[in-house]
Design a protein around this ligand. Structure first.
Ligand SMILES: Nc1nc2c(ncn2[C@@H]2O[C@H](COP(=O)(O)OP(=O)(O)O)[C@@H](O)[C@H]2O)c(=O)[nH]1
Ligand SMILES: [Mg+2]
Length: 317
């Protein structure tokens, strides 16, 4: 192994926060050495509990993450937070809010927070987030929380890498629960109704229960519904208890490994697709795709034969 990488790993594993930041940037930006680093880190990963928190913008996800982080720190557990928020520009909105709120943790190296650059993510957002989580995991963080805005497939992909997925809803969401993508409802291991200080929390609860009765899970777990007022710290302990209950359920039923196998099945396919595509792009060199496209458009060749030929060439060098 590159001796440089070994030094990195030693520093990372000793809890050095600057090395952690550098390692995450390397992986996120696909900077030179990123894959070497991940290869070396992978054997050290797999110990952290990964929580995925998703829900509509403004639901109180960051506030809740902040509360949970506090609570886990009291139990002396170290925390890594990844904030993925495609709806906020980096310099404003929710992320700025997050930064200010998180500032009180800055003196505590036991909490590390990282906002992901969501635009132009080189390896694909879900994959890069997974890789960043691997770095945090390998660095020895006990808990990793991934916050993402629940709006579509990308978010479903991101939370799928979590051991435990928490879907956060709030009262008064218009058509309420139905407005949240069905896919996101299905992945919830725990529901949170935040802003329960507002009217309508019971209404949301009834809607969740109604949806749950339509789709029973195979694993014998009924996702609990926890009501919180994150801005006042109400319900945080109950949420942490629900998280430990589910963790216990996963262990008892030996489901953690099963879930991990399912996740890796998806992730491996995605990695393979990326690798093959990259190879194909290399093969076709500059302007290759454009040249082929005009040949097909002018009916000089058919796209079916063309793709077969390119795919056949992939294995040749
Ligand atoms: N009334 C009320 N406001 C809350 C609660 N939780 C969070 N907020 C506020 O809702 C706003 C959005 O919170 P934030 O955590 O940034 O939401 P995110 O976009 O889901 O991360 C902030 O102004 C919070 O102070 C709550 O339980 N009740
Ligand atoms: Mg947020």
């Amino acid at each position: 192994m590159n001796p440089n990488i070994q030094t990195w790993i030693d520093q990372l594993r000793s809890g050095d926060v600057r090395t952690l930041a550098r390692a995450i940037s390397t992986v996120e930006n696909r900077a030179p050495g990123w894959s070497e680093l991940l290869k070396a880190l992978f054997p050290h990963s797999g110990k952290a509990l990964v929580l995925g928190l998703t829900g509509p913008p403004g639901a109180g996800k960051s506030t809740l993450v902040d509360q949970l982080a506090h609570l886990y720190r009291k139990d002396d557990r170290t925390v890594g937070i990844i904030a993925v928020d495609p709806t906020s520009p980096y310099t404003g909105g929710a992320i700025l809010g997050d930064r200010i709120r998180m500032q009180e943790h800055f003196s505590d190296p036991g909490i590390y927070i990282r906002s992901m650059a969501t635009r132009g993510s080189l390896g694909g957002l879900a994959r890069t987030t997974a890789d960043v989580a691997t770095v945090l995991d390998a660095s020895g963080r006990d808990l990793i929380m991934i916050e993402t805005v629940g709006v579509g497939q990308a978010e479903v992909d991101i939370v799928r890498l979590a051991d435990i997925t928490i879907v956060i809803l709030v009262p008064g969401m218009g058509d309420d629960v139905q407005t949240i993508k069905a896919g996101i409802m299905e992945i919830a291991d725990i529901f949170v109704i935040n802003k329960s200080d507002r009217d309508g929390a019971e209404h949301v609860e009834r809607e969740i229960r109604a949806l749950q009765s339509l789709a029973l899970r195979h694993d014998g777990w009924t996702p609990p519904i926890v009501k919180t007022v994150a801005s006042q710290g109400v319900g945080t302990r109950e949420l942490a208890d629900a998280i430990s209950d589910y963790e216990e359920h996963l262990q008892k039923e030996n489901l953690a490994l099963h879930k991990s196998v399912e996740n890796w099945q998806e992730r491996l396919l995605e990695m393979l697709r990326d690798a093959l595509l990259e190879k194909a792009r290399d093969l076709m060199s500059d302007g290759g795709v454009a040249r082929y496209a005009s040949e097909v458009a002018e009916h000089k060749c058919d796209p079916y034969t063309l793709i077969e030929e390119i795919a056949a060439n992939l294995g040749k060098n």
